[in-house]
Design a protein. Sequence first.
Length: 499
Amino acid sequence: MAGRSVAIIGAGLAGLAAGCYGQLNGYDTRIFEQHTLPGGVVTSWKRKGYTVNCAPHFMWRAQAGEPMHRLYLDVGILPHSRMVDRLTYGFIDEPTGRRLILPRRLEEMARTLAAISPADAKQVADLIAGARAMMEADIWDLGLDKPPELSGPIDSVKTLLRTSRVLKYFGGRYAQPVTAYVREVQDPFLRRFFERLFLPSVPVWLLCMVLAMYAAGRSVLLEGSSLEMARAMESRYRALGGEIVYGATVEEVLVKDGRAAGVRLADGTTHRADAVISAADGHSTLFEMLRGCYLDPRTERRYRDWPLTSPTVSCAFGVACEFPGEPCMSIITLEDPLTVAGRPVDVVWMRLFNYSPRFAPPGKTVVQVDCETDWDWWDRVRRTDLERYRHEKNRVAEELLVRLERHYPGLACRVEMVDVATPYTVWRYTRNHRGAHMGWLPTPQALNARFARTVPGLGGFYMAGQWVMPGGGVVPSLYSGRHAVQLLCHEDGRTFVTG
């Protein structure tokens, strides 16, 4: 078994994590990445002295001695990527002209939200009760330490014991989508706030968990850029003896005698391996690299019918001013919807990188605004009419500046840099299916579903990433890479080890 080789497709977080754990467990791994940089959607770039940051919006804070802390150390995020507890949420509701900065403490949060609409005190109390229970139960990484394929009755008992105090918050009305829950909320400001705080499609229990993490100080920010974190993981992987091949687009997973046997690249070269882990886009992996030959009816139905996260247009502005005291993340619901790619948009998400001096020159700030959009329009126009594509990017940026000017007078005339990323940009660099940067839309159905890390009829092949861990996020993606190696070790009869 010594020196068994593993080809890993994709140098995003899941692929880098799989590489680190593969090396730690004695495998000879090589990562093939079609881009020239590590990180996938977790990336950043420079424009005129400003740093444009992509995902993640926030990180999960881990304390020494916790499994999640060990995970960060294993893959090289710690000690190199400093995290700061400076996350603040704001909400600007143009239809009512009201604003809110969400308090961090649950007690103050409850009072503030109930005061907005006493008639909705019960709905507020129910959400806060769920958040408090989850915060006290400390279940942030529950069930992530091993893949479901390796979990047995003892693991189920352990999970039941840890969740006994919060079980009721995962069922009943807490299991319905937020969109259904807020129908009971009478105040339109409060209704829109709850609906947009995360994603309207998520179950209520996930909204409770978001509030719990925020109140517990578990939602934190990277002090530096996303690419710096990805580079730290890359360095860790290389230090463990791993190899990354950049500019290497995998077109096919090679199969021999019913087992994955390596990969074939777009340039025609083949690279043999004893096992393959795909941390690439799920649709590309199953329908293109594997030619659709290893699909069970349930998986095929999911990829055909299940909704994906909406792609976004992301406009970053380098602004020659500071925003002291302003929330670093805000939701803005628009009174007059703007048109993006031919469709109305009534809500945008704004990030102010005012919490760290590492994103802009002194006295300046990166302001980043995201809005949901349509994949088909951007894909079609980018391929058929480049001039129209560029014009729409510029027009959307100008329209967003007009909207921001209403809330931050004088901002527009201080803009020194503009950068616009479209769904096509996301696809071009990451190959995420239809520009869905988070994969599946995290509906109750998707979050409750079990996704296999293997495919029927093909040995030595494993999948990792957000397509087998719905909901996305840094920690689930990292754990998915670990899961792939745990399954590999199990198949090879090896004892899985960490750093």
